[in-house]
Design a protein around this ligand. Structure first.
Ligand code: NOJ
Ligand code: CA
Length: 624
């Protein structure tokens, strides 16, 4: 496979290099919680036609059904406490909850906090330890909430601050931690500071909180430099001054509605430390830091080549002075017990990435090389080794991520002839054929691989249902600014953000309350009737029950989660490793492979065939 240049949120590197590196409140919602943790057992539903394009992963041969699933929970010999002291995040299974698409509580077709509160029982029964919420703040939603106009509130479409307080309390009562998303690189053009800056004069204190500069050219008609927005087009927009004349330009690394803050300005630093205390004081257990490597800029704003690598000489990516910000943030987080800072950082240089998890800085960073790695045993092993090597010197736990709200869903990715992914080649990937049956089979195996690796793990909502990327959303319904700003060249991220199917045979699949007239904010495929929570619950062949079993075992077995791993000898194309009495074997080769000697088959992603592990399948074994 040819190396594809990868630009991820502005940073350029080659995928083949990457693999070698690391790689105003109202009353709380009166809706009662689902009982916890009752997993309802709906009757097994099987498509009589067998394994069709849209029932993949659920129709298994009868003769081997007993071999799949099968962990006897009573046999779990040890139990990890629900919260492991101050280091809960080292082993946590973290559910990424995209509020807009999780569950609609009030019938406007948009997910909200009432919907989440009503479904907390589902998450508790799934067996996750924490929820990461994508931004829930007041926002004009120019970038789905990553354009924040008030960092201390909740957008009315999602609910109220009282709803968030109630949700945090209820989650904690259910043993679930809460991680919120903070976006420090940029705000919204509707943020009060930016509005004040627009009304103020050039050179004012109000403008100094952002990057305002005069334009070049005789009349200032050219942007201050040639920097390009990560979402496409120039990274500068010209304003109209209060007197009505064309005026200064401001910097936005993302959309024009997302002006970048100036992190050299003490107001900005103080404001965000206060925002952290606001949420940590309300009970947030962790902070996911958006675009964490971009905050500081070279004030001389030099030109930069599109192929420049991030690092100390780059004008806005991974500059050395950004670390001082996180040392301060760590001190703030340490004022509270057991809190975690998680960086969203895409970097090609493992040594540079490792600097963010040095003592006194962030606790963990997302593992994007793993997320982008093709379904290839050698490349996966490299990424895993490099991830562990990166984190080891700092004593930080690895994180493992198969998908999120910015990338194609894993079922579709693994069903394509090219199983890698890069953000700016989404158009290329969407042009490839997708074999959903193959993608689901591989995604099931990938889930067992991911959940067996040492460290913490993220599950993006819908991953546990085996949802696929919706690539045929009508153009006029697409919302992602990337779609618009690229004039359709990039299909955008809407396809992984389609509202979840909960129950029923047709859209909206109980995403909204019964009788809701408003359709879900993005259309759901009718084929998802086989992938609703209700349809999958109790179906031992479903992706959902596989995740439930795997998460239960992972939680019950102290050797899983944080710790060490040892690679085992295995045939070409097979990954096998030991976690201290539990082994994971993943067959990425085209041939069935024998299993190592074992005492008990804990879980299989697919039935064994004559005692052999078929291609694109994985098992967990107990060996002692
Ligand atoms: C990264 C977020 O994950 C993405 O959704 C967002 O568009 C950009 N940062 C800009 O905030
Ligand atoms: Ca709603």
């Amino acid at each position: 496979m040819a190396a594809i240049p990868t630009i991820v949120f502005g940073l350029v590197f080659q995928r083949n290099i990457m693999a070698g590196l690391i790689a105003g409140g109202s009353e709380a919602d009166p809706r009662a919680l689902d009982p916890i943790p009752a997993i309802s057992r709906s009757p097994l539903r099987r498509d009589p036609s067998g394994c069709t394009r849209h029932t993949v992963g659920r129709a298994l041969p009868d003769h081997d059904r007993k071999q799949v699933l099968v962990h006897d929970l009573e046999s779990s010999r040890h139990s990890r406490p629900a919260a492991v002291g101050g280091a809960w995040w080292r082993s946590a299974a973290i559910y990424q909850l995209y509020v807009r698409s999780f569950a609609d509580g009030n019938g406007d077709g948009i997910g909200d906090l009432a919907g989440v509160r009503a479904r907390l029982g589902y998450l508790s029964a799934l067996g996750i330890d924490a929820i990461w919420f994508n931004p829930w703040y007041p926002s004009p939603m120019s970038d789905a909430g990553y354009d924040i106009s008030d960092y201390r509130g909740i957008d009315p479409v999602f609910g109220t601050l009282a709803d968030a307080d109630g949700l945090i309390a209820e989650a904690h009562a259910a043993g679930i931690r809460i991680i919120i998303d903070v976006v420090p690189n940029h705000g919204s053009d509707q943020h009060r500071w930016f509005q004040a800056a627009l009304s103020a004069a050039p050179g004012s204190a109000e403008r100094a909180r952002f990057w305002f500069r005069p334009g070049r050219g005789p009349a200032g008609e050219l942007p201050p430099n040639g920097w390009q927005s990560i979402f496409g087009g120039p990274a500068w927009t010209r304003i109209t001054e209060p007197d009505g004349r064309p005026g200064e330009w401001y910097l936005h690394l993302f959309a024009p509605e997302q002006p970048d803050f100036n992190w050299a300005n003490p107001d900005v630093r103080a404001e965000f430390e206060d925002v952290l205390r606001f949420w940590l004081g309300r009970g947030a257990d962790g902070i996911r830091i958006d675009s964490a490597a971009h905050l500081t800029k070279d004030p001389s704003l030099p030109e930069v080549s599109s192929s420049a690598l991030p690092g100390p000489d780059h004008p806005y990516a991974d500059r050395d002075d950004v670390h001082e910000v996180y040392r301060h943030w760590r001190a703030v987080a340490d004022e509270y017990p057991d809190r975690v800072l998680i960086g969203e950082i895409w970097l090609p240089d493992a040594a540079r990435l490792a600097r963010y998890v040095r003592p006194g800085e962030l606790h963990t960073v997302f593992n994007f090389p793993y997320l982008s790695c093709p379904w290839d045993a050698a490349q996966l092993r490299d990424v895993i080794d490099n991830t562990l090597a990166l984190n080891a010197p700092a004593g930080a736990p690895a994180t493992w991520v198969l998908s999120n709200h910015d990338v194609d869903r894993v079922v579709s990715r693994l069903g394509r002839p090219d199983t890698s992914f890069s953000l700016q080649h989404r158009g290329y990937f969407h042009g490839l054929p997708v074999d959903l049956a193959l993608g689901t089979r591989r995604a099931r195996a990938a889930a067992l691989l991911t959940l067996a690796l040492p460290g913490s793990v993220y599950v993006y909502q819908g991953e546990e249902l085996g949802l696929w990327e919706v690539q045929d959303i009508p153009f006029e319904l697409r919302q992602d600014p990337i779609w618009r700003r690229s004039d359709g060249a990039d299909p955008g991220r809407d396809g992984c953000r389609v509202p979840l199917p909960w129950a029923g045979d047709e859209p909206p699949f109980a995403f909204s309350p019964p009788g809701t007239a408003a359709p879900p904010w993005l259309p759901q495929p009718k084929e998802w009737r086989d992938l609703t929570v209700d349809a999958e619950t109790g179906d031992a062949e479903s992706v959902l029950e596989l995740y439930r079993s795997a998460l239960r075992i992972r939680h019950a077995e102290p050797v899983l989660g944080d710790g060490s791993m040892t690679w085992l000898d295995a045939a070409d194309g097979v990954l096998a490793f030991d976690r201290g009495g539990i082994q994971c074997v993943v067959n990425l080769s085209p041939r069935p492979t024998p299993l190592p000697a074992h005492a008990e088959l804990l879980l299989a992603s697919w039935p064994l065939e004559d005692g052999l592990l078929p291609p694109d399948c994985a098992v967990w074994l107990r060996t002692s």
